[in-house]
Write a protein that binds this ligand. Structure first.
Ligand code: GLA
Length: 381
């Protein structure tokens, strides 16, 4: 059911508008965003749509295709500790807009209905897609005039405070700034961004997503622990963020840090450099030449940052053995998806080989599908 049909069925009248925001694949630059470093994600052709209409009172009501309940609250009563479950994403965005200057006690309430084709828990930022779709919908409806950087901050604030996941700014930025066939090269310190042509189609390449079905959550456990290690490393190295440490500083870092913290730091420092190198290589030689950088990124996450799982490693190795020019896990890790960049004609064989490899180890059957780089959030009608 489209979000418009869902809206009509739930609320019994027509929405005034429909907005869409995509999920993302991160091409390279993992766990660099909250270290104020560089990332190169792209928005994908899987997205969340939000149908919305203003109300005559100050109530906000949200419904979605992924839950039966209708959740409602007066706008002025929105607060992180009153939000839970799936509705914390859209309602968290409305609250976060208030933190960014919207006067929630004076604005009209809204009805909104959410529907999504971004798989949940696959590491493709289904949550940022919801946040970005709701953010652009409310920004336009309430005539707030916030730019895309501010809306990315709004989505991140909702994720951090209303959902409770201590994540960075990458996912919302990709969803808001994406462009067809382009990556979003983002400096997570200044939030300056450039779109970089990927040229996959012209080079005969496709991106295969391998969703391991190993579910992960960034509101608990490993993600926060990695973030804490990075912050500890930065403190000992006396920099405000690991962005300020370069590959040349690593020998000194190794003398000052314990082994585990050093390896966490080395991942972030080398990953930042790999993002810069990937952008340079895409511009000078094109996408056929970035495979080694993708592979090195995965190795660094597996061995130094230790956020991979056996299913992701198997997907990556199998993809490479069957014709991928590069492969790596994507997203926060501890489960979720891997991506393989491969010639179009090798995609089916890679997918079949990964499924067979998973079956032979009694792993759950992975989902495999291709994605293309798509436009960021916008109004549909
Ligand atoms: C998750 C977070 C992002 C980023 C990645 C790792 O997707 O939401 O902010 O930290 O993990 O690169």
């Amino acid at each position: 059911m489209s979000s418009k049909d869902g809206f009509r069925a739930t609320f019994g009248y027509e929405p005034t508008g429909t907005w869409v925001a995509p999920g993302r694949v991160n091409l390279i630059g993992e766990h660099t965003d909250y270290n104020e470093g560089f990332v190169l994600p792209f928005a994908i052709d899987r997205s969340t749509t939000v149908a919305l209409s203003s109300r005559g009172d100050s109530l906000v009501r949200v419904a979605s295709a992924f839950a039966d309940e209708l959740v409602e609250l007066p706008l002025a009563e929105l607060a992180p500790d009153r939000l839970a479950g799936w509705s914390a994403y859209p309602l968290g965005v409305a609250w976060a807009l208030g933190e960014h200057g919207a006067d929630l006690s004076a604005l009209p309430g809204v009805d909104l209905y959410i529907e999504s084709t971004v798989p949940v828990g696959a590491g493709l930022s289904s949550s940022a897609a919801i946040e970005s779709a709701v953010a652009v919908a409310l920004d336009e409806t309430w005539e707030l005039g916030l730019d895309r950087r501010a809306l990315a901050r709004v989505g991140q604030l909702a994720e951090n405070k209303a959902v409770g996941a201590p994540t960075g700014i990458m996912d919302q930025s990709a969803s808001l700034l994406g462009l067809e066939d382009h990556g979003v090269f983002l400096d997570c310190r200044s939030l300056e961004s450039q779109v970089v042509e990927l040229g996959f189609r012209a080079a005969g390449l496709e991106v295969l997503v391998i969703d391991t079905k190993v579910s992960h959550s960034h509101a608990t456990g490993g993600y926060a622990a990695r973030r804490a290690s990075c912050e500890a490393g930065a403190r000992i190295l006396e920099v405000s963020a690991l962005r300020d440490v370069t590959v040349d500083d690593l020998a000194r870092a190794q003398r000052l840090l314990d082994d585990e913290t050093f390896r966490r730091v080395r991942h972030v420092v080398t990953e930042n450099q790999r993002v810069l190198d990937t952008v340079a290589v895409l511009r000078s030689e094109g996408p056929l030449a970035i495979g080694e950088l993708l592979d090195a990124s995965h190795t660094s996450m597996r061995d130094d940052f230790e956020i991979s799982v056996p299913e992701l490693d198997l997907a990556v190795v199998t993809a490479r053995e069957n014709g991928a020019i590069g492969a790596r896990m994507t997203g926060g890790g501890f489960g979720g998806a891997a991506i393989a960049l491969a010639p179009r004609e090798a995609i089916e064989q890679i997918a079949a080989a990964v499924r067979a490899a998973f079956a032979s180890r009694d792993y759950a059957e992975p989902a495999t599908f291709t994605v293309t780089a798509a436009d960021g959030a916008h109004r549909l009608r």
